[in-house]
Design a protein around this ligand. Sequence first.
Ligand code: FRU
Length: 324
Amino acid sequence: DDRTIHIGFSQAMTTDEWRQQMNKSMRIEAALHPEVALDIRDAQNDVNQQVKDIGNLIKTNPDVLIVSPIASEPITSVVQKAYEHGIPVLIVDRKIQGESFSAFLGADNIEVGRTAANYIAANSTGSGKVIEITGLEESSPAYERALGFAQGLRKYPAISIVATIHGDWEKTSVKTPLRKLFSERTDIEYVFAHNDRMAQGAWEVAQSMGLEHQIKFVGVDGLNTPNGGIQLVKKGKLEATVLYPTGGNEALKLALEIVQGKSFARNYILNTIVINKMNAELMENQMNKIDQQQAIMDSQQQAIQQQEAKYTSQNTLLKLVTVL
Ligand code: FRU
């Protein structure tokens, strides 16, 4: 059908809930537009696989290509190839290098880092000594969150980063080095981890050493899922998390605007906010409401499609009967 809008999406991986949530909200938004065919390819956190996925998506000649890169540098040239082919490219969350893309959508990660710095400075009641746990080195949010965090702390000489652990976004990467650090020094007040999964890993290490009430943990993501940041805050494991929206539905909406030739911003920045005990419940309720509304719209859309299918088949039957 030539009215179909083909949207290809190269997703970095789907092992974590943040990415699952991104895909889910993108699919729900796509379902609201019956003319959209959404093709999601999962690179399973393998850069070579993502290069292949994007190559294969280029062959399908999509109306828009959405890419959430695993790492910046290795994904840049294949994205450039798509862009030079005339395919509009929308980059989400992690960035590529250079300018060969149509638009970028995501929260400002420098701002995320700065927000964490301001939060820790405003709530510090002890030594002000912080361990920072970074995300995967070659992915832009890790670099930008570290940059924003350092920038933010410059205003507060009483707060200092005394050690940095280079994580890879997953909690197993942080445990051994953190256990060593916790046993070497007793003056740590805060751990700032670049996402909630690593922050949870840090809390687990502290708990295994009986330190979970002494050290405070701040993460990033703030997912509203059973294991997500909002619940971790409500359970008191994290003192706070900085919301990092996945942008799944916004990405799909923006992709459609690009196809429809509407004018669009080159940088579409999603909002961020600190979630702590004060607003965790409120955020949970708000997000639940949005989820419920999306589910309702989704089921209404499905009902409409079923009705349409029924109508088409009845119509065909009617025509057949008339012919006979
Ligand atoms: C999900 C994730 C998030 C993090 C984001 C950064 O795969 O690791 O936890 O905020 O990627 O790109």
